[in-house]
Design a binder for this molecule. Structure first.
Ligand SMILES: [Zn+2]
Length: 284
């Protein structure tokens, strides 16, 4: 299962991996996956209460959110497959009941790894279009703002609790993966973030795909970083620079202290943003 999933992500990242390094070094796409997987397998699993019967579980892949209401426990995402037993136990401990239903923000291996396990336990895994009518209260909204991190990103608003689960459109706080081969783009990410900002207020709890629970100000900060890097790379493209020259120009330099500490290195992020802006990567 994990091999297939990693293979899928590796395929998705093949564009970013195109730049091979010196002798003995792997392509950037492969490095990102290795780094991320190592982190997901070795980080402690942490439970954070979001209030109103909601919990976030982090460390075992993308963030996992559990929402308890009368008869149901809805899970949003399911981490990586090798840690699903541990995740399941942490969920039962926090919510005092088993998961009944599961939805995914998008299809990447670190967000769907537990689906097979939960499916085998009788949990209904619900397709995006069915969630609204079958599961959430009328006040809750499931949204898709077009291609962003991938071409199938789901944003889930839990209105009564003023919580929004945004998946990998937002990494708090490190450079994101833009999955170009799956139809993702930097402009799409900025567009989606603008919609989420418009639906949020200063008390909204924003659950990112990775990293701690964030505020609207954190998301705004991330949006501003993306927009500035985008503008700089666009200028480099306009002046005829190649992708290697753009990386050498270090357009993310003054942001690297804050955003460069994750598994997406600054040069990898620059390559993804560059490819997105010149229209490479839309290979499907
Ligand atoms: Zn993802």
């Amino acid at each position: 299962m994990r091999n297939i999933s990693i293979q899928a992500l590796a395929l998705a990242l093949v564009v970013t991996g195109a730049t091979s390094r010196g002798a003995g070094q792997t392509g950037t796409g492969e490095t990102v996956i290795q780094k991320a997987t190592e982190q997901f397998e070795n980080s402690p699993l942490k439970t954070t209460s979001l209030g109103e019967g909601m919990f976030m579980f982090s460390g075992d892949g993308g963030n996992v959110t559990a929402i308890v209401d009368d008869g149901n426990t809805l899970l949003i995402d399911s981490g990586i497959d090798s840690r699903v037993t541990e995740l399941s136990e942490a969920i039962v401990k926090a919510t005092m009941r088993p998961v009944t239903q599961l939805v995914n923000t998008h299809w990447h291996f670190d967000h769907i790894g537990g689906n097979v396990f939960f499916g085998s336990e009788g949990v209904s895994i619900i397709a995006q279009e069915n969630v609204k009518k079958r599961l959430l209260s009328v006040q809750d909204v499931l949204a898709n703002y077009g291609s962003a991190h991938t071409d199938g990103d789901t944003v889930i608003y839990i209105a009564p609790a003023n919580v929004v689960v945004v998946g990998d459109i937002f990494s708090n706080h490190f450079y994101p993966i833009i999955d170009l081969a799956s139809g993702g783009s930097i402009d799409g990410m900025i567009h989606s973030i603008d919609q989420i900002l418009a639906q949020s207020d200063e008390r909204t709890k924003i659950v990112p795909g990775h990293g701690p629970v964030a505020t609207r100000a954190d998301l705004q900060d991330y949006r501003d970083m993306l927009a500035q890097v985008r503008q700089r790379i666009q200028a480099l493209i306009a002046s005829g620079k190649t992708i290697e020259e753009a990386v050498a120009a270090a357009p993310t330099k003054d942001f690297d202290n804050k955003w460069g500490g994750g598994y997406v290195f600054p040069d990898v992020f620059t390559e993804m943003a560059f490819s997105s802006l010149v229209g490479n990567g839309a290979s499907h």
